[in-house]
Ligand binder design. Structure first.
Ligand code: OGA
Ligand code: ZN
Length: 375
């Protein structure tokens, strides 16, 4: 790759700098941005910004712009303070409005059950544990589809925690750092019974529900207990296309979710569908078991129920539901803020069913992808 060099730099208006590059391209930079972004303003060891933005005037003025003998651009300022220096590679790579390249950016592939007719993508536990390329391939797939199956896990709960810890530290919740999904005598959660669980996302009552969830099957020989997963983003997109009014109501209405037991009472008001600032679907928060008494006013409550029931009906549509039976040694890995999961009822008199679960948040997951790319 040919190295880019400065061809010329000159003021553009009072608040900007126009730069010509040797490849014929041009870019214009805000003077305030140049002061704030100059690499010399960052701590040489920590990489954190040391520059104080209020140390420069509201409307900084350029005194002179030179290209130095070593090819760097030097900017001298009218205000008192050090000159700023930039290499052409750096400045060309940091044009306005261009986000940093991000190895954690993976385009989501929305799916219906028929798109995964061979099942969710499968990855092998020992490869994930011992090979960074295999770890990265698993992380990419789990992000792309929202759901993968890890197979060949030897051992019990510790073994799947070791796989999750290949990504990052575990997200602790009121259920602990990890949790055993078994039929308990004194359950504080429907998951700890033998009842069916309708499609849901976990911990909808949390301010930020856990990002990625890992459900490792230890035993599954009771009658019933099949697993089901569905792509919440795909269902929300279908709702957006077919019933935009319902979609907007679910994205725009805060509803209460609550979990309480002997030790806690954790509540939050949030929408069922969260959009990012560009309007893309960012998160599904859907757990009928945890929706608290709806506290909307009479004027809006029925419109909300209509919208919620429309989404709920999609979760019952077999076209979206990927059902399969988890086998011992397998683990479902999924984005808990995208993929809905559930199970059929099982009969604890006919055998045992035990899953072991834990979570890793989205930001730790993304950080791991970036670190794998960096090395
Ligand atoms: C849960 C859960 C699914 C299952 O523990 O949150 O949804 O298959 N479990 O038991
Ligand atoms: Zn769950």
């Amino acid at each position: 790759m040919s190295r880019i060099a400065f061809a010329a730099a000159r003021p553009s208006g009072t608040q900007a700098l126009a730069v010509d590059y040797s490849d014929g391209s041009q870019a214009t930079y805000s003077l305030m941005w140049l002061l704030d972004s100059c690499p010399e303003g960052f701590h040489p060891q920590t990489g954190e910004r040391a520059f104080d933005l209020l140390s420069v005037p509201d409307a900084p003025l350029l005194h002179a712009a030179h290209i130095l003998a070593d090819g760097r651009l030097e900017l001298q300022w009218e205000h008192e303070g050090p000159a700023s220096h930039f290499t052409a590679e750096w400045l060309s790579a940091h044009r306005h409005g261009v986000p940093r390249p991000d190895a954690a950016m993976v385009a989501h592939r929305y799916w219906k059950a028929a798109d995964l007719s061979d099942g969710a993508p499968r990855h092998e536990a020992s490869a994930i544990l011992h090979d960074d390329a295999a770890l990265m391939a698993w992380l990419v797939d789990t992000k792309r589809f929202g759901l993968t199956i890890v197979h060949g896990i030897e051992g019990k709960g510790e073994a799947s925690m070791a796989i999750a810890r290949r990504i990052g530290f575990l997200r602790e919740t009121n259920f602990g750092q990890t949790f055993e999904v078994v039929n308990k005598a004194d359950p504080n959660n429907l998951a700890y019974t033998s009842l069916a669980l309708a499609l849901h996302t976990d911990l909808a009552n949390q301010e930020t529900p856990p990002g990625y969830q890992f459900l490792h099957c230890i035993t599954n020989d009771a009658q019933g207990g099949g697993s089901v997963f569905a792509d919440g983003f795909a269902m929300a997109q279908v709702l957006r296309d077919s019933d935009p009014q319902a979609f907007d109501v679910l994205a725009g209405t805060l509803i209460p979710c609550r979990f309480f037991d002997r030790d806690c009472d954790i509540r939050i008001h949030k929408p069922v569908i969260t959009l990012d600032h560009a309007g893309a679907i960012q998160e599904i928060r859907f757990n009928a078991h945890l929706v608290d008494l709806i506290d909307l006013p009479l004027e809006t409550v029925d419109a909300w129920y209509r919208a919620y029931r429309a989404f709920m009906r999609l979760t019952r549509d077999p076209a979206f539901r990927l059902g399969f039976r988890m086998a011992p040694g397998e683990m479902a890995a999924f984005d808990n803020r995208r993929i809905l999961h559930g199970r059929e009822a099982f009969n604890p008199a006919t055998g045992s069913r035990q899953l072991h679960g834990c979570y890793v948040d989205r930001v730790e997951y993304d950080s791991r992808m970036r670190m794998l790319k960096r090395h």
